[in-house]
Ligand binder design. Sequence first.
Ligand code: ZN
Ligand code: ZN
Length: 247
Amino acid sequence: MAWTDLPGIGTILDLLCPPRCVFCHADVATPARRGAVACDACVARLSRDVPRCSACGEPLPGTGICLRCRLRRVAWDGLAVLAPYADDIRDVVLRAKRPAGEGVAAGLASLLVRKHRERFDGWNIDTVVPVPMHWLRRASRGTSAAHEIARGVAAGLGLPCRRSVRRTRRTRMQNELPFEERHANLQGAFRAAGRLEGSRVLLVDDVTTTGSTLAGCREVLVEAGATAVYAAVVARADRAAAIDPES
Ligand SMILES: [Zn+2]
Ligand SMILES: [Zn+2]
């Protein structure tokens, strides 16, 4: 037994050095919580979202599936979103992408799990897979936010996190390209690392816009044998038609 497992030690440590919120650094009163710590104000502020289509994440006036998804299946089996890519979330995602942003990434992962645990459980996922970053870009940044968030989600769900999709070449940043060029930019950009026979995968990324990156990853996962591919993202950049989250 490690000395930190002794009853009461965690509580004493919390009293001497109270846990801080990973987002705003405020002291968090609830002692001895495991994993990333977030204050109630940040949980509420960063998890606020509009109602969305449960399949593609498009904002909807209510819950359910959008017309587009009803007419033709979307490229993945379900999408869980924490919040729209705006204001507070944008700042926090940028912090998660910087070197030493792992704490913030872990905090975002815990918010995702907190908000969508029931959906994740219902999806019967067995493997969590981060959307990959090319190794050169990863080397220059020193971190991959998607990988850190995926690790946190996997830990929260008690599942393995595997880097089962790799980038085969560097692509231009999707957000630098017009919508119509984004699909072509990713042609042949991914490959599966090993077989995934019968796997039910949860793909994790920090931000999605058109979903073409998630769709490209799904394609290689299915070719490698995955039977279901769901996705979870911290933020979805909704198009101009999106409903104002404040309305
Ligand atoms: Zn906070
Ligand atoms: Zn939809």
